[in-house]
Design a protein around this ligand. Structure first.
Ligand code: DX5
Ligand code: ZN
Length: 219
């Protein structure tokens, strides 16, 4: 299991300290939740803060990749702002664009993996016909907007179905985001999640690395 800790749930004023306390050899990605106050109520951070995170990570070896999750109303405008930062993954929401193919192809042209995210109420079928043009599907297991919310169990059916479709599209990565913890990680792994995002489970703990290790041990 690959783990993408969501820094939204960490002490954002002391990210240097937060990163310093993490065993980066355990961390596959750093998850960045970009929120614009329109698609979701809160405003978090944008491309400047994301660049700063990338700079901070430059001091670490091994260096985890950036997993940027855009929760913004106009991804067509916002996506290009992240090209020069070169994240490993750049994900936009299916609910926010009529042109997912074009957006994914622009992201891929930059050598960045293109992800699409689905809110809990958005059916998997909305991306069924475009899976070969995507690198990753991010299934939301909470409504986007806040960390610390309980896991929504309707994601189980979606995960099972997507894992089944993946047999036809083996290049696809399945990521699950929201409410991930030690109670659901075994099933997430068993049903086919490749990457899990975890915010409060990791950062609201005394021992961050022990929490990451717990999530990683399932495969
Ligand atoms: C929710 C965000 C998630 C969130 C995860 O809108 O996309 O990445 O920060 O936090 P937890 O793991 O606490 O649900
Ligand atoms: Zn997220």
């Amino acid at each position: 299991m690959q783990v993408s800790p969501s820094i939204l749930a960490s002490d954002l004023t002391r990210l240097d300290k937060v990163f310093g306390s993490m065993d980066m050899s355990l961390v596959d990605y750093i998850h960045i939740d970009v929120m614009d106050g329109h698609f979701v109520p809160p405003i978090t951070f944008g491309e400047s803060y994301t660049q700063m995170v990338k700079n901070l990570l430059g001091e670490f070896h091994p260096q985890p990749g950036l997993d940027v999750h855009l929760m913004v109303e106009s991804p067509d405008k916002e996506v290009p702002k992240y090209f020069s930062i070169k994240p490993s993954i750049l994900t936009f929401h299916a609910e926010t664009t009529h042109f997912p193919l074009r957006l994914a192809s622009e992201i891929r042209k930059q050598g960045i993996r293109a992800g699409i995210s689905l809110n809990p109420a958005t059916p998997l079928e909305s991306v069924e016909n475009i899976l070969d043009s995507l690198d990753l599907v991010l299934l939301m297991s909470v409504e986007p907007g806040y960390y610390g919310q309980p896991f929504i169990s309707s994601v189980w059916d979606k995960l099972e179905k997507l894992a089944d479709w993946k047999k036809k599209y083996p290049h696809l990565t399945i990521e699950v985001d929201g409410g991930v913890d030690d109670k659901n990680i075994e099933k997430l792994s068993r049903l086919g999640a490749d990457i899990v995002v975890a915010g409060s489970y990791i950062f609201k703990a005394q021992d961050i690395n022990e929490r990451i290790r717990t999530l990683k041990k399932y495969s």
